[in-house]
Ligand binder design. Structure first.
Ligand code: NAD
Length: 348
């Protein structure tokens, strides 16, 4: 049986939800276009062993909507979309499956651009790219997005520091970086170069020892993060680290990090604000990676990427000013800024 695409009823406010199946290639995937108001939808493809289609639909729609917001705020001329392949990336993934996925992307005629996400490597994307023009994040093209993500987080963190502490000088500021992976390590290096007093945590001891040796960082055990005295918290590992259990113990006055979905639930925005903690929304500050991917879509150079990075730092400054004037938490202001942008474009 060849590839089939079946349109499912998308949730309210979403443009399209497509089930792509290719039984011979073992492909069962969902592609969600949340919005193409600002341009073709762009967002990665994740492979995950979802328990059923409902779980996959829940994830792909939430992620696609998040991409609309992230791409809008970063001014990329792109809408938001996402794809999920149902299966175990370690056992089920094959080149044939990735080519079948590429065929599905191609069949959408450029309304959706894909790239790698959890469970999908640049090599996997290269198989998809054999049959579609709309696959990016390939080796030898825009390259690893992580350094761009780290630079974006660093710039936004300085803007946040200026707002919270009255100066963007990080000399002597106690910053805890959680997760020394691709983004976290690069961010820690920038913070150390800017004179911050670093505290680092990771589940890999070697990464911690390297940061202690090279950057003079203090090491903290992963389960001791919320027992540390810090001024700035930079979550760069997992989602959901800020929750009802951890927030009461958080000593930081500013949160700015790369991890996606740092808040366990949206309403915690208000909980953080009530504790006097300024939380810079993850989707705004971690947009450096999609900026890098977008440069590949649009055929742009490093100057364009840097301009867009400066743009997200500018958005953070605006968002903080408006938050101070309105008394609303910055994350609510950010959402309102994006919704206004989408409304203006729809009206035009
Ligand atoms: P990564 O996998 O390279 O690094 C994650 C690090 O976190 C690893 O070193 C891991 O050992 C560590 N870790 C895992 N569990 C931990 C725990 N309980 N406590 C402390 N450390 C722990 O990932 P990355 O590419 O650096 O991305 C980091 C985060 O930023 C992820 O949430 C990712 O979704 C998000 N993000 C990344 C990019 C990018 O360009 N790479 C872009 C946007 C968002």
């Amino acid at each position: 049986m060849p590839l089939t695409l079946t349109d499912l009823t998308p949730p309210d406010g979403f443009e399209r939800l497509v089930l792509a199946q290719h039984p011979e290639a073992g492909l069962r995937a969902l592609i969600c276009l949340h919005s193409t108001v600002l341009g073709p939808a762009a967002g990665g493809c994740r492979m995950w062993p979802y328990t059923d289609d409902a779980a996959a639909i829940h994830d792909v729609t939430r992620l696609a909507r998040g991409m609309s917001y992230k791409n809008a705020m970063a001014d990329l001329g792109l809408g938001g979309g996402k794809a999920v392949i149902i299966g175990d990336a370690r056992q089920d993934k094959t080149p044939a499956m990735m080519r079948a996925f590429g065929e599905a992307v191609e069949a959408l005629g450029g309304r959706y651009w894909t790239a790698e996400d959890v469970g999908i490597s640049p090599e996997d994307m290269a198989h998809a790219a054999e049959v579609t023009r709309y696959a990016v994040g390939l080796s030898g093209a825009s390259g690893d997005p992580s350094p761009w993500t780290a630079e974006g987080v660093f710039r936004c963190l300085r803007v946040g520091a200026a707002h919270v502490f009255g100066s963007d000088d990080l000399t002597g500021r106690r910053v805890l970086v959680q997760g020394l992976g691709h983004v976290g390590l690069s961010l820690a290096e920038k913070l150390a170069a800017a004179g911050a007093r670093l505290i680092v945590t990771d589940i890999h001891q070697a990464a911690l020892e390297d940061a202690a040796d090279r950057l003079g960082a203090t090491i903290c055990a992963p389960d001791q993060v919320f027992q540390q005295e810090m001024e700035i918290f930079a979550p760069c590992a997992l989602g959901g680290v800020l929750n009802a259990r951890t927030i009461p113990d958080l000593t930081a006055r500013l949160v700015c990090g790369a991890a996606n979905n740092q808040l366990a639930s949206d309403d915690l925005t208000e909980t953080l604000a009530a504790r006097g903690i300024t939380y810079l929304p993850d989707y705004v500050v971690n947009a450096g990676g999609i900026i890098s991917v977008a440069s590949e879509i649009h055929g742009k150079n490093d100057a364009w990427r840097l301009e867009r990075l400066a743009g997200i730092a500018g958005c953070v400054a605006q968002m903080l000013e408006r938050a101070a004037a309105s008394g609303q938490p910055p994350a609510r202001v950010a959402d309102a800024m994006v919704e206004a942008m989408l409304d203006r474009k729809r009206a035009a």
